[in-house]
Design a protein around this ligand. Structure first.
Ligand code: 3PG
Ligand code: MG
Length: 393
């Protein structure tokens, strides 16, 4: 059994809290979506209210074991301080004498954010010595980093081998809500998938064919599937080497009780540019010199009707190139249908979450997951190393 943060006497303790503050940054280094920081606030506040000295640790981006100045945690510390309305200390490393001194100086109810864990290659290598160094900073380990739970790294797996470990409130909520999708979803259970890569989604497709009532597919990942059904897809983005995966998915879908719907119409243009001439064509008549960039109106109407009538929805992946306003209509329309659905709606994945926020729909969705890869692996039915590590911690 996993223990949760409220099942341990934490009063006055030094806590090492693993969070997933891997937030998107723009070219100027500004945070463009602070969902993951906001999502950790309940556990942070809980710990501070219990007089803990809280040491927060996260990765940001993929610096690959080197200090990358653009990936320092300073903007995250600033945003966290703003959201909490209190100062947040920031260390310039995550291990070493200076960090130890900073932690030793924390008073009850103080907060210190460590520097990017991935500035050390030992983090992703789950190096036991590095994990031991992190562990010396605290008495107790709290993992609220659901978004990183699919990684077996020093801060997710190594530290709880040394310290007693519990899950935070965000981790608890993610596991509870996503767990219900696997165990007892209200019917009909409709899964909406999009995004670029069918290879990323194949595990979830296979699992959901056994659990869901319908899988609806849009986004660039529909093109290898349409091609496998024999359609020409013109110059549409088709992930390389996926013909077999796509054919396998169609065969599995045909053999299952689950309905599997691909777009019936798509918005095409000669290139993925705002100024390009757009038109709607049938999905089996994509011109050879054009590419599909969004799902068409007949598809959004059909998908929308299914989504509005669903008992449970899981959505991962945009329906088209929604970052370009001219190709955002499909993603917006299905997003509105997801928001309108009176049942349980769960949205996961960085792009999808950004889309839902950009369209102002997040408040009408039951659960906006902080996990992209983590939520997908969880829904494939795979054990998450960061969760497993808490089982015997
Ligand atoms: C994510 O955003 O998927 C998590 O923060 C994990 O990051 P990673 O994919 O770089 O391991
Ligand atoms: Mg990822």
């Amino acid at each position: 059994m996993i223990k949760y943060v409220d099942q341990l006497d934490l009063a006055g303790k030094r806590v090492f809290m693993r969070v997933d503050f891997n937030v998107p940054l723009d070219d100027a280094g500004k945070i463009t979506d602070d969902t993951r920081i906001r999502a950790a606030l309940p556990t942070i506040t809980y710990l501070l209210d219990h007089g803990c000295r809280v040491v927060l640790a996260s990765h940001l981006g993929r610096p690959k074991g080197k200090v990358v100045p653009e990936l320092r945690m300073d903007p995250v510390a600033a945003r966290l301080a703003e959201l909490l309305g209190r100062p947040v200390g920031k260390a310039d490393d995550c291990v070493g004498p200076e960090v130890e001194a900073a932690v030793a100086g924390l008073a009850s109810g103080d907060l210190l954010l460590l520097e990017n864990l991935r500035f050390h290659a030992e983090e992703t290598a789950n190096d036991p010595v590095f994990a031991g160094e992190l562990a010396t900073l605290a008495d107790v380990y709290v993992n609220d980093a659901f978004g990183t739970a699919h990684r077996a790294h020093a801060s997710t797996v190594g530290v709880p081998q040394v310290l007693p470990g519990v899950a935070g409130l965000l981790m608890a909520r993610e596991l509870e809500i996503l767990g219900r999708l696997l165990a007892d979803p209200a019917r009909p259970f409709v899964v909406l998938l999009g995004g670029a890569k069918v290879s990323d989604k194949i595990g979830v497709i296979e699992k959901m064919l056994t659990l869901a009532d319908a899988i609806l597919v849009g986004g660039a990942m529909c093109f290898p599937l349409l091609a496998a059904r024999g359609a020409g897809v013109g110059r549409s983005k088709v992930e390389e080497g996926t013909a077999e995966v796509a054919a396998g998915a169609l065969a599995a879908a045909a053999a299952s009780q689950c309905e599997f719907e691909l777009p019936t119409d798509v918005v095409v243009a000669p290139e993925p540019a705002a100024a390009a001439q757009r038109r709607v064509v049938s999905s089996d008549a994509i011109p050879a010199d054009e590419m599909g960039l969004d799902v068409g109106p007949a598809t959004t109407a059909a998908f929308g009707a299914r989504l509005r009538a669903a008992g449970t929805i899981f959505w991962n992946g945009p329906m088209g190139l929604f970052e370009v306003a001219e190709f955002a209509a499909g993603t917006r329309a299905v997003g509105e249908a997801v928001a309108d659905c009176p049942g349980v709606s769960v949205v996961g994945g960085g792009d999808t979450v950004s889309a839902v926020r950009a369209f102002g729909l997040a408040d009408r969705i039951t659960h906006v997951s902080t996990g992209g890869g983590a939520s997908m692996e969880f829904l494939e039915g795979r054990a998450l190393p960061g969760v497993e590590a808490l089982l015997d911690a």
